[in-house]
Write a protein that binds this ligand. Structure first.
Ligand code: AMP
Ligand code: MG
Length: 486
């Protein structure tokens, strides 16, 4: 009996229609034995999709069949990777199946990652292992629950094929990703590097129509669009910083103009506060370290501004000047977003000119103390309610904190503890638990720890007994190292 086909996808593939020269049409590889490992029922419902029909069609997710209306393509893009420019990257192991319109009227991309080689694969096999695809699912869903703009994960499916990695033979898998779009800084760099100004213009118009339609047709819209991207990205990176999130590979091809977090590779959450925290095995210089992320934000957006330059009119000198002015505002915009976020995290009443200094002073008091980032904020809520006994043991030496607390208490909002518990998570994806869950799934075929962890990280603010999910890695866990492109 044929599987039912009407899942409720209303495809309308505007990228393929609007941007010739920026993609290649080609289908995902056929999976020998497609099997869904995890399906996001809540997201399916939100998107107006019938989860039973999705579940009945594992080939849609692992490769081998397509939902009606999908027109798979691999996108071309360029990008600066660790500061070095590659004029041609592109979807080397991903296929954009198309865009579908949800019940809210919003257009979203449906993309498979790990779905086979494309002309953009370079040396890669076009495949992905189960562990990293489950990592993308877990972290993106945790981020969504934490209120961070992010791509979502609809499913992870096994292909039934083994792949080879340094670790040996691993089960091949695909993640189905849902995104506001896959327009990257690197998408603009691709046409700019080739000097294809009309295609660059078409991409800019497309991006504006998709993300900032109110700007369409206006004079000065490219600059206004850059300004919107700056605003979205500044707020996004502030969100990451507030959570101790380290993306790990903030290359320009991994920065989406939608303002969503994209590409969960070597990402991880910082535990003990240390500005230089790096997890990625390949980031030896610490380019994408925790505290560098706001600087890389500016660097990446400067690359976007450069790519937009050919669209900015005849007088290029004047164009450089206005773009520089826009770029010069990034640090301030980021700071504003960060201070606003810290006000909420710290439960402050209204806004005061000294709030940024107060937040900075907290970081100074935390530095070198090994204090867990997440637990410090969560337990500050207890301290706001008058009890700092849970906070004290997080610090090797509490002297600096003891000096800081009265300054903070003087600024507290009424009901601060309640407000703080609604924005400071009790549970984040703890590295040791993520690792254990992925290992169990990938090596032993046991998905239960992954499901248990997923349930916890997608309910991050709930009070109550949340051990072991709320606790940092035990002493013996050591430095956490992550790997990308796996
Ligand atoms: P990333 O920085 O991890 O987002 O990936 C950078 C580029 O490498 C992208 O163009 C990917 O499509 C490509 N890539 C990563 N892993 C593979 C793989 N196993 N096979 C082919 N291409 C890959
Ligand atoms: Mg990428």
């Amino acid at each position: 009996m044929a599987a039912p086909q009407e899942a409720g996808f209303r495809f309308d593939n505007s990228w393929a229609r609007s941007l010739p020269g920026s993609f290649l049409p080609l289908p995902p590889d056929a999976a020998p034995q497609p099997q869904i490992v995890v399906l996001n029922h809540a997201l399916a419902a939100e998107l107006g999709l019938d989860a039973d029909v999705l579940a009945a069609n594992p080939g849609w997710f692992a490769g081998g069949s397509l939902p009606p209306g999908a027109e798979p393509i691999a996108l071309a893009y360029a990008g600066h990777q660790f500061g070095g420019f590659s004029p041609q990257l592109g979807d080397g192991r991903a296929h954009l199946l198309g865009e579908f319109i949800g019940p809210d009227g919003a257009r979203r991309d449906l993309q498979l990652k790990g779905s086979g080689r494309t002309p953009f694969s370079r040396g890669g096999d076009g495949k992905a292992a189960l562990g990293p695809m489950l990592r993308e699912y877990l972290i993106s869903e945790a981020m969504a629950a934490l209120g961070v703009p992010t791509t979502r994960s609809l499913a992870v499916a096994l292909t039934g094929e083994d792949i080879w990695r340094e670790a040996g033979r691993l089960p091949g898998a695909v993640v189905a990703r849902v995104a506001a779009s896959h327009i990257r800084v690197g998408s603009f760099q691709f046409f700019a590097a080739r000097g294809e100004v009309e295609k660059l213009r078409a991409l800019a118009e497309y991006a504006i129509a998709r993300h900032d339609p109110d700007l369409a047709g206006q004079d000065g819209r490219y600059l206004a669009f850059l300004d919107r991207v700056i605003d979205r990205q500044a707020r996004l990176i502030a969100h990451w910083m507030g959570l101790g999130f380290v993306h790990g590979v903030m290359n320009t091809d991994n920065m989406a103009l939608s303002g969503e977090t994209i590409d969960y590779g070597p990402c991880a959450f910082m535990e003990g506060y240390a500005p230089g925290t790096v997890f990625s095995s390949i980031d030896r210089q610490g380019r994408y370290a925790y505290a560098n992320q706001p600087l890389i934000l500016g660097w990446n957006l400067a690359r976007l501004a450069e790519a937009l330059l050919p669209l900015m009119g005849e007088d290029q000198e004047a164009a450089v000047a206005v773009l520089n002015t826009a770029l010069g505002g990034i640090a301030g915009r980021y700071r504003e977003a960060w201070v606003a976020l810290m006000r909420a995290k710290l439960g402050l009443a209204g806004a005061d000119a000294g709030d940024g200094d107060l937040a900075d002073a907290l970081l100074v008091a935390m530095a070198g103390q090994g204090a867990d980032w997440t637990l410090t904020f969560r337990r500050l809520a207890d301290a706001a309610a008058g009890d700092d006994s849970s906070l004290r043991p997080l610090f090797a030496d509490f002297t600096a904190m003891a000096e800081w607390l009265p300054r903070w208490r003087a600024r507290l909002a009424p009901e601060a503890a309640v407000l703080m518990r609604a924005v400071n998570p009790a549970v984040i994806p703890r590295n040791h638990l993520v690792e254990a869950a992925l290992t169990a799934a990938q090596e032993d075929g046991d998905i239960a720890p992954f499901r248990a962890l997923l349930a916890e990280v997608t309910d991050p603010y709930r009070d109550g007994a949340r051990e072991p999910f709320s606790l940092p890695a035990p002493q013996g866990f050591g430095d956490y190292i992550t790997f990308c492109g796996t």
